[in-house]
Design a protein around this ligand. Structure first.
Ligand SMILES: [Zn+2]
Length: 362
């Protein structure tokens, strides 16, 4: 865990940057977001981040992004995020439930819970923000002078991550895909960071975990990418998809967060079900299968199925050429199918499914 003095040093550094804002206008740490709560105060505070936005029907108003702070003395700070993408529901519901149930006297340290981080997207039922089209998890570290989505990312990067000893960011497949519940962590910058990230995944104990280098998922532009830059341990989870709420994914999220809070000492009274050991897997060069043409994809595999290299993944049918022989799509790697495309209609370049191989080492 990072020490409080480190956090204070980080805050001092940010304050110094603020003093130099005339020279550093483009990366000014001033945020236009105003919060209704004091994150240094003990107790439970239910408040909002006021994201000021001048729209067609609301020229001088704000969007109230819910934030719940539950603090009790010294101890680690956990930042819990849902609704980074607006149409991924397991994390949103898991964190709203958690925020209602935990009392300040039960914890040692600090929980900062944002169940609906990109609230405009959550209310619109979309991955990206209807205000500016921004995909929040491709906007980090954000920009205080950018659009609403950039401003949210900037606030998290400059106001919340410097306080955090760990971050859990809960996702699902949205409209485009569906996942079996899995957890993703980064390697970190050194052995200590790698070990901490792996411990997080083992405590969270999703059925499958893997280490990502960030490529293919937005790299440094994601929240987990920014956490890596700032050396904050971060666990990202994929919990379901199809714009629905998967009960199994919800349970994995709720139990996993509770286990992490118990093991880090933030919620010693937590009593989640014992973890079943997570299965460590890895991405390989052939992990993702993409459509080579536009068409209707007929999958020949099930989510969670173990497949072999050379096995048929599915057929691509061509609605404008009914008599044309469907194209066959094959796996080039062996492993477990962890995600697949949801709409049957696909365009060239769409990801059809992804597959993880057994990890060579833990
Ligand atoms: Zn997502």
């Amino acid at each position: 865990m990072r020490s409080t003095s480190n956090q204070l040093k980080t805050r001092d550094r940010l304050a110094d940057l603020g003093d130099n804002r005339h020279e550093q206008h483009a990366i000014s740490v001033e945020t236009p977001i105003v919060t209704t709560i004091d994150l240094d105060r003990d107790g439970r505070q239910d408040g909002a981040l006021h994201l000021y936005h001048s729209g067609e029907t609301n020229g001088y108003g704000y969007i109230p992004i819910p934030v719940i702070s539950i603090k009790n003395g010294d101890g680690p700070t956990a930042l819990l995020i849902g609704g980074n993408h607006g149409n991924e529901y397991e994390g949103i519901v898991a964190l709203m439930t958690l925020a209602r149930e935990i009392e300040p006297q039960q914890i040692r340290g600090h929980l900062i819970i944002l169940p609906c981080l990109n609230l405009p997207a959550v209310l619109a039922g979309t991955r990206s923000s209807p205000l500016d089209g921004g995909n929040l998890n491709r906007c980090f570290p954000g920009n205080a002078l950018g659009g609403p989505t950039q401003i949210i990312a900037h606030y998290v990067s400059t106001r919340l991550l410097p306080r955090a000893d760990l971050v859990i960011d809960l996702h699902a497949g949205g409209r485009s895909s569906t996942f079996i519940p899995c957890a993703i962590v980064r390697e970190g910058k050194n052995g200590e960071e790698r070990d901490m990230a792996r411990r997080l995944a083992e405590w969270f104990a999703a059925p499958i975990s893997y280490v990502s280098n960030g490529q293919g998922g937005g790299g440094r532009l994601t929240l987990s990418g920014e956490c890596t830059v700032q050396s904050v341990p971060c666990l990202t989870a994929e919990l379901g998809g199809s714009e629905t709420l998967c009960r199994r994914g919800l349970q994995v999220a709720s139990d996993g967060v509770m286990r992490v809070l118990k093991h880090t000492g933030i919620l010693p009274v937590a009593d989640p079900p014992a973890a079943t050991a997570t299965r460590w897997m890895q991405k390989t060069s052939g992990s993702r299968l993409h459509a080579m043409e536009e068409g209707i994809f007929e999958p020949r595999i099930e989510l969670g199925e173990f497949v072999r290299s050379g096995q048929l993944a599915g057929l691509l049918h061509f609605p404008e050429a009914p008599l044309r022989t469907p194209a066959e799509v094959y796996f080039s790697t062996s492993g477990c199918v962890v995600s697949r495309h949801v709409p049957a209609l696909v365009k060239r370049g769409d990801e059809l499914c992804s597959c993880l191989s057994e990890a060579e080492s833990r």
